[in-house]
Write a protein that binds this ligand. Structure first.
Ligand code: C2E
Ligand code: MG
Ligand code: MG
Length: 401
């Protein structure tokens, strides 16, 4: 992975390079001048995969730099660095995202190795490595490719465990879809779910994910695990009133109780016809299917949706959870979300639990379930049982027993 650090302060440059080297990244270029950095990005070979950019530079500030990156349609990962107040850093990060850049986070100075590691993990996960063909940000899949991939059975579910914070026991798994692409390898959903939504393919995608999820959960139930499976829905799936019956029939055919299925909904897609989706969601709940509000706290109408729709689970977004122990503002958001869940009688799930500190904090706050890299990364279905054995060994220490 080729990393470029742009910072006018030579001391910060050296510190950065040393920390990156310790983390095992040797192909690091540090530049003090933003103009040179832009030239390097435009003309440098091999191409730059990740840029760390200081916000406060005399010649060209970070916001201006980000604007140039966007104009150049830079397809690599961008991370912002600053000694400025966190709020400024967050605003700049939001701006870079609005420019469609692939923002992998922001770090405050002095930079610590933990946050660097996290950012670079995200880059690797997102396929920023040289050698993987460059794809336009956010759209690695054409609708034609996607249609063919779904028909050819190239979608694969991976599963991420959700565990009980009080007892450590495995409560369920979330199905996370991946596309096994002949050229790009394993493609993550942010590259194709939006395409599916925009081109009328989302129902086919969801059907494929659900069918696999039911099959896998059947084998887990057979092996004596009492777990639920969560499947992500797009609001666009809620346009056909037959949807609840279809799900319940599929579950019945596999001898799976509808209550073992949880449907996770995000609020990113606007509801075109609120009545139809309300009708569908109400009927799903009547049929005992679980409903979860995903990425709670993002989007524009979380609280109103929470009131209007019959959810029974609230998932606090990972952006709040994974920084909560370090950031008092985010901690306030997590605490308030937990209070809302408790007062409304909803099961609370924290996603993005990445560290022991996150785990301890959520336990102390009485959150019900935890999901995140600290517990397990999403994995292929046949890895779940071996993971469970290891997890049960880790549990006594994590529960303070
Ligand atoms: P989501 O439903 O909020 O799923 C959680 C995402 O967070 C997953 O990303 C997961 O890999 C990631 N994650 C889990 N633990 C951690 C952690 O500790 N730290 C960090 N930084 N990330 C963590 P993934 O698999 O890339 O999925 C992204 C989104 O794509 C999902 O967000 C979901 O909204 C959507 N998606 C996934 N599968 C489907 C699907 O079958 N249908 C639809 N409509 N959307 C899907
Ligand atoms: Mg989800
Ligand atoms: Mg989520």
């Amino acid at each position: 992975m080729r990393i470029l650090v742009v910072d006018d302060d030579p001391f910060a440059q050296r510190l950065f390079a040393r920390q990156l080297e310790r983390l095992g990244f040797s192909d690091v270029l540090t530049l003090g001048d933003a103009h040179n950095a832009l030239t390097e990005i435009e003309q440098g070979r091999p191409r730059v995969d990740v840029v760390f950019c200081d916000l406060q530079m005399p010649e060209m500030d970070g916001v201006e730099f980000v604007r140039h990156l966007a104009r150049m349609e830079f397809g690599g990962c961008v991370a912002l660095v600053s000694g400025e107040a966190r709020k400024i850093l967050q605003a700049a990060e939001g701006l870079a995202r609005a420019h469609q850049l692939r923002v992998v986070g922001s770090v405050t100075k002095p930079v610590n190795p933990g946050s660097l590691r996290r950012i670079l993990d995200d880059c690797i996960r997102g396929g920023a490595l040289s050698g993987i063909p460059e794809t336009p940000p956010g759209q690695s899949c054409s609708p034609e490719d996607l249609r063919a991939a779904i028909a050819a059975g190239m979608l694969e579910n991976h599963y991420q465990p959700k565990v009980n914070l009080a007892t450590g026991s495995l409560a369920g798994v979330e199905a996370l879809v991946r596309l096994r692409h002949p050229r790009y390898g394993l493609v993550f959903p942010d590259r194709f779910v939006g395409v599916a939504e925009a081109h009328g393919l989302i129902d086919d995608l969801t059907r494929a994910v659900l069918a696999q999820a039911l099959e896998h959960v059947r084998t887990w139930l057979d092996s004596g695990m009492n777990i639920h499976v969560a499947v992500n829905l797009s609001m666009k799936n809620l346009e056909s009133v037959e949807f609840p019956d279809e799900i319940v029939e599929q579950a019945k055919a596999m001898d799976i109780a509808p209550s073992a299925i949880i449907l996770e909904l995000t609020e990113s897609a606007l509801m075109d016809d609120a009545r139809t989706s309300l009708d569908i969601l109400a009927r799903l709940r009547l049929k005992q299917v679980g409903l979860s509000i995903d990425d709670f706290g993002t989007g524009h109408s979380s609280l109103a949706k929470l009131h209007d729709l019959p959810f029974d689970e609230l998932k606090i977004d990972r952006r709040f959870v994974c920084q909560a122990t370090r950031d008092p503002d985010l901690r306030a958001i997590v605490d308030a979300s937990l209070a809302i869940a408790r007062d409304m009688g909803l099961r609370s799930v924290a996603e993005g639990v990445e560290t022991r500190e996150d785990w301890d904090y959520l336990r102390e706050k009485g959150c019900d379930l935890a999901q995140g890299y600290f517990i397990a990364r999403p994995m292929p279905p046949d890895h779940l049982l071996p993971w469970l054995v290891q997890w049960e060994n880790r549990c006594p220490e994590l529960l303070g027993a």
